[in-house]
Design a protein around this ligand. Structure first.
Ligand SMILES: Cc1ncc(COP(=O)(O)O)c(C=O)c1O
Length: 458
C-alpha cells in the first residue's frame, strides 16, 4: 500500500495504538476510516455504504443519526457541561437516570452506581462483592465464578472474569479469586446424545462440584451474561438458569448478571433478565443504555448490597469508590433521552415484531454447507463456520476463515464480526426494518457462498 507521509493513514499507523487489533499487521493492513453514519448505515472515507450488522460494537441501538440524542447532548453541554457527584453533590441527569432505571428494573433494586464503561461496571461488581463480604465479617468468602467463553470486559478485574484467552495472554490475568466454570454451549460441549436439558443439568452439577471443592464458604458470587456475546453469541441451553439460580441461593452466593449487550431490548424486553427469568443481586449495563452516543455504564444493586455499603460508610467514613466521570451529566442526559425514545417509539414492540424475520433468515443458513450452527437470542445471532458439518470440526485457526468472511462481507457492504471458532455475529441496530433484515442476510448469504467456494474441503 502506498501512503502519503502525512495522510490520515500514515498518521494512524505512526501514532495510534488500536484496541483489539493485530499490531504486527496494522502497518500493512492500515486503518479503515469511517466518516459518517445514517440510520443503520455507516460510510467510509471513500463514500462506500455499509449496513452496520453489529451496531458498531453491539451498542448503536438507535443507529447513527438520531438527532434527538445530538440535541440532548448539546442542551446539556450548553447548560452544565460537567459537574461531579462526589461528596453529596449531584447533577440532575444522573439522579433522574438512576431513578428511571430503578423504575424499570427487572427485579426490585435499591440503587444505581454509574461508570464510564461496561468493564468498569463489572470491575465495580467485583469490588462490591468483596466489600459486602468483608462488611458481613466473611473475609474468606471472596471467590467469583465466571464462565469459560464469557466476555465481561478488559480491565484488570473484568478481564479476569472474561473467559477468553486473548484477554489474558501475557497480561498476567486472571487475578486471584476468579474461577471459571463450563461454557454453556450445547452444540460444542454436550456429550453425544445429550439433550439441552441434560446438558444444563450436567453443567449445574459441575458448578456444584466446583463450589463444594473450593468450599462454599469461599465462594462469593457467580457472574453471567444472559447469553454469551463476544464468546460466540450463545443462548443458554434449556433449563440452564432454572438449575443454576437455586444452587446459588442454596450456597448463599450472589448472582451478578451482565446485561452490557443484552440490556435495552436486544431480546425484545428491556432487560434479558425478564426474557430468561433471572433474579440477580447486581446487574451491569452500558452500550445501549445511551445507544452508544456517549460512554456510560452502570451497576444496579439490591438492598442487601446497599445495606453493606451503609454499614461500611459508618465504619470507614465514606464509600471510597467512584470515577471523576461517575454520573457525568452529558452521557447521563443522553442515556435518559435514549430511554425516552425507547418508550415513545415502543422499541420493544418493534424488536419483538422483527425477531421472527431475523430468526427465520438466520435459521435458513443452517442448510448452508459451511454452517455448523446458526443460533440466536432475540435480535442477535451468529453462524459458526465449520470445515466438517457432521464432525462439527472447525477450520484450522491459522486459515482465519472467520476473518476472511468478515472482510468479504465488507466488500458486499455489510459489517459483521468474526468471533472465536469462526462464528460470524450479527447484532444490528434495533431500528432495523424487515426489508433491511432481508438485505443484510442476502449480503451474508453471498459472503458464505464466497467462503464456501474458497474453503470448501469437499
Ligand atoms: C457482556 C459484556 N460485558 C462487558 C463488556 C465491556 O464493556 P466495555 O467495552 O464498555 O468496557 C462488554 C463489551 O463488549 C460486553 O460485551
Amino acid at each position: 500500500m502506498t501512503v502519503h507521509v502525512n495522510s490520515p493513514h500514515a498518521r494512524d499507523i505512526r501514532s495510534h495504538l488500536h484496541p483489539f487489533t493485530n499490531a504486527a499487521q496494522h502497518a500493512d493492513v492500515g486503518p479503515h476510516i469511517f466518516t459518517r453514519g445514517e440510520g443503520i448505515y455507516v460510510f467510509d472515507e471513500s463514500g462506500k455504504r455499509y449496513i452496520e450488522g453489529l451496531a458498531g460494537l453491539w451498542c448503536a441501538s438507535l443507529g447513527f443519526s438520531e438527532q434527538r440524542l445530538v440535541d440532548a447532548a448539546t442542551r446539556q453541554l450548553k447548560t452544565l457541561p460537567f459537574y461531579h457527584n462526589f461528596a453529596h453533590k449531584a447533577v440532575e441527569p444522573a439522579l433522574e437516570l438512576a431513578d428511571y432505571l430503578l423504575g424499570c428494573a427487572p427485579v426490585p433494586m435499591s440503587k444505581v452506581f454509574f461508570t464510564n464503561s461496561g468493564s468498569e461496571a463489572n470491575d465495580t461488581v467485583v469490588k462490591l462483592v468483596w466489600y459486602h463480604n468483608n462488611i458481613l465479617g466473611r473475609p474468606n468468602k471472596k471467590k467469583i465464578i465466571a464462565r469459560r467463553g464469557a466476555y465481561h470486559g478488559i480491565t484488570v478485574a473484568s478481564g479476569s472474569l472474561t473467559g477468553l484467552a486473548y484477554a489474558q495472554n501475557a497480561f498476567d490475568l486472571p487475578i486471584a479469586n476468579i474461577l471459571h466454570t463450563d461454557c454453556p454451549h450445547h452444540y460444542r460441549y454436550a456429550e453425544p446424545g445429550e439433550s439441552e436439558e441434560e446438558f444444563a443439568a450436567h453443567l449445574a452439577a459441575n458448578l456444584e462440584a466446583l463450589i463444594e471443592r473450593e468450599g462454599p464458604d469461599t465462594v462469593a458470587a457467580f457472574i453471567a451474561e444472559p447469553f454469551l456475546g463476544a464468546g460466540g453469541v450463545i443462548p443458554p441451553p434449556k433449563g440452564y438458569f432454572e438449575r443454576i439460580q437455586p444452587l446459588l441461593a442454596r450456597y448463599d452466593i450472589l448472582f451478578a448478571v451482565d446485561e452490557v449487550i443484552s440490556g435495552f431490548f436486544r431480546t425484545g424486553r428491556r432487560f434479558a433478565c425478564e426474557t430468561y427469568g433471572l433474579k440477580p443481586d447486581l446487574i451491569t449495563m452500558a452500550k445501549a443504555l445511551s445507544a452508544a452516543y456517549q460512554p456510560i455504564g452502570a451497576v444496579m444493586i439490591s438492598e442487601k448490597i446497599f445495606q453493606s455499603i451503609l454499614e461500611g460508610s459508618r465504619r470507614y467514613g465514606l464509600f471510597g469508590t467512584g470515577f471523576t466521570y461517575t454520573g457525568h451529566p452529558v452521557p447521563a442526559a443522553v442515556a435518559l433521552e435514549t430511554q425516552r425514545i425507547y418508550d415513545e417509539r415502543d422499541i420493544g414492540v418493534h424488536v419483538r415484531a422483527i425477531i421472527p424475520a431475523f430468526r427465520r433468515r438466520l435459521e435458513d443458513l443452517t442448510d448452508h454447507p459451511l454452517v455448523g450452527e446458526a443460533r440466536c437470542a432475540g435480535l442477535i445471532g451468529a453462524v459458526e463456520l465449520v470445515a466438517d458439518k457432521a464432525a462439527k470440526r472447525n477450520f484450522e485457526q491459522n486459515m482465519r476463515v472467520g476473518a476472511w468472511a468478515m472482510n468479504k462481507a465488507a466488500e458486499h457492504g455489510l459489517i459483521v464480526r468474526a468471533l472465536v471458532n469462526d462464528a460470524i455475529a450479527l447484532c444490528p441496530p434495533l431500528i432495523i426494518t424487515e426489508e433491511q433484515i432481508e438485505d443484510m442476510f442476502d449480503k451474508l448469504k453471498r459472503t458464505l457462498d464466497d467462503a464456501h467456494a474458497k474453503f470448501a474441503t469437499s
